[in-house]
Unconditional design. Structure first.
Ligand code: MN
Ligand code: MN
Length: 462
């Protein structure tokens, strides 16, 4: 019999010395992952490696799938779907945990390199919802790929190691920013001004009358380092991300500060959870989608049908596929849409309804619905399903809280939940509360991170 009145308490209160050690160790491993997987492509590469080390094989390596088999499918280096085949038939439904691998950042424009005055810049177009002023005057790194016309791939990762240069976006000094400081926060820094400073030395071999010699010198350096020409930027995906490392935060070492925790915190915890799954009753599926921050569109976004193709392949290789079976599988399936929640920030408490908001260290946040203003565009989980999830979490002693993303009419947000719900899956949003979400440095609680890991594992096994 549960208590009559709901009690809200910090999760740390009941943490034993032993458990605290486990939480701290897990956080350390998570921070290592954050520092080695800052973009969706890096997440896929790093996670595939972890999966293979734990017995997962590419779907093409299986002729036939049997209960207990561990399989994955990689979509264009940007999505990863993992499954552990259950004892029950896939027809009875699968348990899905889905997170997104992309995070807000600055993408280089197709023709990015310019010289202005005696500085060379790479121009960017921001990706996802950012507060532009947060991206100036911080160290930045460039991660990504360049494909030459002949298909040759060049991998770029510069700005992370101490012996490598970093980049930055300059900002006006306060002494001369009187006019800028009067502007609205959203207008003080323009999108076109999010250009990263990349050089200042003129090409020494240039003729006296030639212009843009600093840009020319940068092109020479890029050619030497990466073997590319200016045209090769056309077929590149270069992402500018904060260069700083994820670190433990606080005298009590209770928190984690790091870039891209939306939604790598759910990617990592769900990945670790599925690595623990052996011969489940229902097939366990973990998916990492791309493009969530810009609307889930495109052939690597959750709106694409590639995930359906993966599930259809499981049905094929289990030898049970028949017309319309995929629709039935989805209707019998359950999902946790693993995405972060807006944690209550005591400095900005006015935006949260404290009784309906995720609080750091009070466990994983469940959002029955997302959306904004009148539940617009929300994926609203059915009460029956919420009861089912509550039961699993309580039976496994997982600390959780029910939350909304901010006060009514203040704002809102969405996740990939509705896309799977549209297929007939029972879905609820369930993730880690974050402070400074979408900022270059986001904050989570180590307690909640560990609880998310336990929650996803319990879900897979039920
Ligand atoms: Mn997210
Ligand atoms: Mn987000």
């Amino acid at each position: 019999m549960s208590d009559l009145e709901k009690k809200k308490k910090s999760g740390w209160e009941k943490v034993s010395k032993d458990l605290e050690e486990k939480i701290m160790e897990f956080a350390k491993e998570y921070m290592y992952y954050l520092n080695n997987a800052k973009t969706e492509r890096e997440i896929v590469t790093f996670s595939e490696k972890m999966a293979r080390e734990n017995g997962f094989k590419d779907i093409s390596e299986y002729e036939k799938l049997e209960p207990g088999d561990k399989v994955y499918y990689k979509n264009r280096e940007k999505n990863l779907y993992l499954a552990v085949i259950g004892n029950k038939s896939l027809e009875e439904g699968i348990n899905i945990v889905g997170a997104h691998a992309d995070s807000p950042r600055l993408d280089l424009k197709p023709n990015p390199l310019v010289q202005d005055g005696n500085m060379a810049y790479l121009k960017t177009h921001y990706y996802g919802g950012i507060k532009k002023y947060q991206w100036t005057a911080i160290p930045l790194a460039i991660h990504g790929v360049i494909f030459k016309e002949n298909g040759e791939k060049v991998t770029v990762n510069i700005g992370e190691n101490e012996d490598e240069p970093v980049f930055t976006i300059t900002d006006l000094l306060p002494h001369l920013a009187k006019e800028q400081q009067q502007k609205k926060l959203s207008e003080a820094i323009s999108g076109e001004n999010l250009s990263i400073l990349v050089g200042n030395i003129p090409d020494k071999d240039a003729e006296e009358k030639s212009t843009d010699t600093i840009k020319k010198n940068i092109l020479k350096i890029l050619n030497k380092k990466y073997g590319i020409t200016e045209d090769d930027f056309m077929s590149s995906e270069l992402e500018v991300v904060p260069a700083f490392k994820a670190r433990t935060l606080g005298f009590d070492e209770s928190l984690i500060a790091g870039y891209g925790q939306d939604d790598k915190v759910c990617v990592y915890t769900s990945l670790r959870a599925i690595l623990n799954v052996e011969k489940p009753e229902r097939t366990a599926v973990c998916l990492f989608s791309d493009k969530e921050e810009i609307g889930s569109m495109g052939n690597t976004g959750m709106e694409s049908h590639v995930f359906d193709t993966f599930i259809a392949e499981l049905l094929n290789k289990a030898g049970i596929n028949r017309p319309n079976l995929l629709d039935k599988v989805f209707c019998n399936s359950r999902m946790l849409s693993a995405d972060v929640d807006a944690g209550v920030d005591p400095l900005y408490a006015q935006v949260s309804d404290i009784n309906n908001a995720g609080i750091l260290s009070e466990g994983i946040s469940i959002n029955k619905y997302t959306g904004a203003g009148g539940k617009n565009n929300s994926s609203d989980a059915n009460a029956e399903y919420v009861a089912f999830i509550r039961k699993i979490f309580n039976e496994n002693d997982i600390k959780f809280q029910l939350a909304e993303l901010g006060k009514v009419d203040i704002g809102g947000g969405g996740t990939i939940a509705y896309i799977l719900a549209n297929k007939g899956v029972d879905v609820i949003d369930c993730g880690v509360p974050v402070l400074s979400m979408h900022a270059p440095y986001e904050v989570t609680s180590k307690f909640d991170v560990y609880e998310a890991y336990r929650a996803y594992e319990a879900f897979f096994k039920n």
